[in-house]
Design a protein around this ligand. Structure first.
Ligand SMILES: Cc1cc2nc3c(=O)[nH]c(=O)nc-3n(C[C@H](O)[C@H](O)[C@H](O)COP(=O)(O)OP(=O)(O)OC[C@H]3O[C@@H](n4cnc5c(N)ncnc54)[C@H](O)[C@@H]3O)c2cc1C
Length: 454
């Protein structure tokens, strides 16, 4: 395996400063260097996202957001959605600053209400993630489909992965995901519903594949959305029909689909008919109210600020905190900073080249110098800390159990202090996280207000 040194030389990462941004290597060069550094990347995995990583691209995109047009058109594939998800997922932008930007743009906060409500879904899933951690991979509740988890297949068949099912919409979504690392929310819902309800495949298989490719790939938003579609985190299964898909895609798939012409489209029924076809056991199933009570959540954790140890910090930049304007970084302009590629995670999760390129582009814009390491995160953190002679590690708080475990392992040797960016919702109260509607009922007033003192 090529060492990270050659990667550093090729990508200039060690010498990028805010004041003098060096010209970035071309994306092609960056991609080929990364391919040499990370051998798990297969030769066929060569697609790059049309979205460039980094704060400059994120701010340019944010400037274009029109909350009222969003509300009118967001359900359409060609609608005016923000495409901010990859920047929000990696902390390049925070939910609070996007919300604040929207509120500055409208005369009445209600005109930004729908988009703020969608942003809140991310906040909600992150809170659930903080509570259940790896539990995002387990069924939160039973399926409400008349089937049990063992009735579903465990792997995605090749025709779904390769986009060769002959269903123009499903294959189109599979290709788009692989080629661009992005899918519109509606396409994600349709695709997930097809996988789980039409093909009877466990949601985990689809979720794993999405996480390989989505540049906004996030175990909370992704897995819990799959569970919402599957019905293991919702009171009923999400399904769609051809009329719904045709309407919101302006018919682009159906026009070329052999199944539309041959009248063999599996989605071409009314909802009642589809429910009978897909969930025939439901009418015989026990009354859903007689099902075991789903595991419930306790109150959400109210974050506490830990006292900062005195002395010199090492800034640990991780996959959730790629914001070059983070107050944490700006407050410590002379501190050493490190980012660690978790090679075990990249390999185990088969993270695609486009995701790694996107994150690297975010790293290229970080202020000052940032050291890149790869390997076991806790071990490398301690090596970096020792080399810099620091007194503690400072990092942005994250619900990601992988990063939390690394912090915990490090903590035995050196204190780790979490920095909390300004929250999307004030932390004055505990939330009931069983359903989004319960959370939103309590969060809405605070979510619709500007961050104090901005
Ligand atoms: C099966 C499935 C898998 C998904 N996987 C992911 C994922 O890995 N990462 C991810 O960020 N989102 C995921 N989502 C949620 C949603 O589809 C995307 O956030 C959204 O489509 C991104 O496009 P956008 O930025 O243009 O969204 P917009 O519609 O413009 O919304 C603005 C922002 O609000 C947030 N948001 C909107 N809807 C949701 C939602 N339902 N859940 C969480 N956040 C939301 C996102 O941060 C998004 O960028 C998934 C949804 C489904 C149904």
């Amino acid at each position: 395996m090529q060492t990270l040194d050659s990667f550093h030389r090729a990508s200039n990462l060690r010498v990028v400063t805010n004041q003098s941004l060096k010209p970035l290597p071309s994306r092609k060069d960056l991609a080929s260097t990364l391919r040499a550094v990370f051998p798990h990347l297969s030769a066929s995995d060569d697609a790059l996202s049309p979205r460039r990583g980094g704060r400059i691209a994120a701010e340019a995109l944010l400037a274009l957001v029109n909350p009222q047009s969003y509300e009118r058109s967001r359900n359409y594939l060609a609608g005016d959605v923000t495409r901010l998800s990859a920047y929000l997922r990696h902390g390049v932008l925070t939910l609070a600053e996007v919300r604040d930007a929207l509120l500055r743009r409208v005369t009445d906060p209600r005109h930004a209400g729908k988009l703020i409500n969608e942003l809140a879904w991310r906040d909600y899933w992150q809170r659930v993630y903080l509570q259940i951690g790896e539990g995002v991979w387990q069924d939160r509740e039973q399926y409400k489909t008349g089937y049990s988890a063992t009735d579903y297949e465990a792997v995605l068949p090749s025709e779904i992965l390769d986009g060769t099912t002959t269903l123009a919409c499903v294959d189109g979504f599979a290709h788009e995901l692989r080629d661009t690392g992005y899918l519109h929310n509606h396409a994600r819902m349709w695709f997930a519903a097809y996988v789980v309800h039409w093909r009877k495949i466990r949601w985990q298989a689809g979720a794993r594949w999405f996480l390989e490719h989505l540049i906004d790939g996030d175990e909370a938003s992704n897995n819990l959305s799959w569970q919402w579609v599957a019905s293991t985190f919702a009171s009923k299964a999400y399904i769609f029909n051809r009329e719904n898909l045709e309407r919101y895609t302006n018919g682009v798939y159906c026009r070329t689909c052999p199944h539309a012409q041959a009248r063999t489209c599996p989605f071409d029924q009314d909802y009642e008919g589809l429910e009978q076809t897909l969930f025939p056991r439901l009418k015989f199933a026990a009354n859903p109210t007689a099902m075991p009570t789903p595991p419930s959540f306790g109150p959400s954790i109210v974050r506490q600020r830990l006292p900062s140890p005195s002395g010199k910090p090492l800034l640990w930049v991780h996959t959730d905190s790629l914001n070059p304007k983070s107050p944490m970084l700006l407050a410590h302009p002379d501190a050493s900073a490190v980012f660690i590629w978790d090679t075990a995670w990249l390999m185990k999760s088969s993270i695609a080249l486009k995701r790694i390129v996107f994150m690297t582009e975010c790293l290229e814009e970080m202020p000052g110098t940032i050291e890149l390491r790869s390997g076991d995160v806790a071990t490398e953190l301690l090596h970096a800390a020792k080399a810099s002679g620091v007194d503690y590690i400072l990092a942005q708080r994250t619900p990601d159990p992988r990063l939390q475990a690394a912090a915990l392992a490090t903590q035995n040797h050196l204190p780790v202090v979490w920095y909390d960016p300004p929250p999307f919702v004030e932390e004055m109260r505990a939330f009931d996280l069983k359903r989004f509607s319960r959370y939103w009922q309590r969060a809405q007033t605070s979510a619709m207000k500007m961050t104090p003192s901005t």
